[in-house]
Design a protein around this ligand. Structure first.
Ligand SMILES: [Zn+2]
Length: 110
């Protein structure tokens, strides 16, 4: 048995993570309290901030993975946003691209 009276986590059904308390795995236990208690939420935020400070490399990796996942999931939305931004700022974008084009030309002729 996974815990003393459960075969798996009552939230996500996993047996991969250890049982924490009241039928929840470690991850679901944290999530449960994060949403339930503002005090625990603050505690968790502080603990996370401390951990990030101590593990900048790992924290950066996690952020990067989260960003990539977000971009993958919201691809269409982000593309549409970029297109809209381009349309709304068409003059600036044209000037920017012109400048880039000429700079590139300059580099090539060097
Ligand atoms: Zn769980």
């Amino acid at each position: 048995m996974w815990s003393k009276d459960r075969d798996n986590c009552i939230e996500c059904g996993t047996t991969e993570r250890n049982h924490q308390s009241r039928g929840r795995c470690t991850t679901c236990h944290s999530r449960f309290w994060y949403h339930k208690s503002p005090k625990r939420r603050e505690q968790q935020k502080r603990a996370t901030a401390r951990w990030r400070k101590k593990n900048p490399g790992a924290a950066k990796k996690i952020s990067k993975r989260a960003t990539e996942k977000y971009q993958e999931v919201h691809k269409e939305e982000l593309n549409e946003k970029a297109r809209k931004f381009y349309r709304d700022n068409i003059e600036e974008m044209r000037a920017y691209n012109r400048k880039r084009y000429h700079n590139k030309k300059k580099d090539e002729s060097r």
